[in-house]
Design a binder for this molecule. Sequence first.
Ligand SMILES: N[C@@H](CCC(=O)N[C@@H](CS)C(=O)NCC(=O)O)C(=O)O
Length: 203
Amino acid sequence: MRLFYASGSPYARIVRVALRELGLTARVEEVEVTLRDPNSALLPYNPGGKVPALQLDNGTVINESLLVLAYLDTQHAGRKLLPMDGSDGWKALSELGRAYAFLDAVTVWNRELRFGQKAPGVIALERERADRAADALEAALVGGGYAGPLDAAQIVLAAALENFARRHKVWDWRSGRPKLSAFLDRIAARPSFSETIQPEIDL
Ligand SMILES: N[C@@H](CCC(=O)N[C@@H](CS)C(=O)NCC(=O)O)C(=O)O
């Protein structure tokens, strides 16, 4: 298999972390590609031009990080990153959805700053959304959420937080949120995270 990724992408990083946590790296060649580039080597495989994209051995290409995670979970015999049997009352899916929504929301804000019009209305709305979501996540952690053996929800939440720390510094999400802060510091120490650390940008 081949995984197309960009080193700065939090979505691609989620998959790269999962490959390492699931012991699947020997089966997947990681291919770094350029983004927003009409000559990108990615485009023949994913005309939408987004990473991650996973090419299977039969040539099929799966994009969208969540779908790639779902596929990878069929490729190992260990504990599922994405339990689909309701054994935990669907808590894992609930936490995963909330973590993805959090990452998506700050991504809108980040893209407005990097590639958009820097529209004050958009930025104010997204900042407010991000603060609200982060406060709810802090409360979830206080209540015992995002705990237990590493699963997809924890990977996505940690990848989101570290992305903000390294590539969206305009937002001091750590302030007043000690549980979220400690959560990231704990998970970021795992080899799967340190091996896939994103380059920093000044934003
Ligand atoms: N929902 C997608 C988001 C993927 C995404 O937005 N990837 C970004 C990098 S973080 C990208 O490839 N952007 C290139 C572009 O917009 O042309 C997923 O979960 O995989």
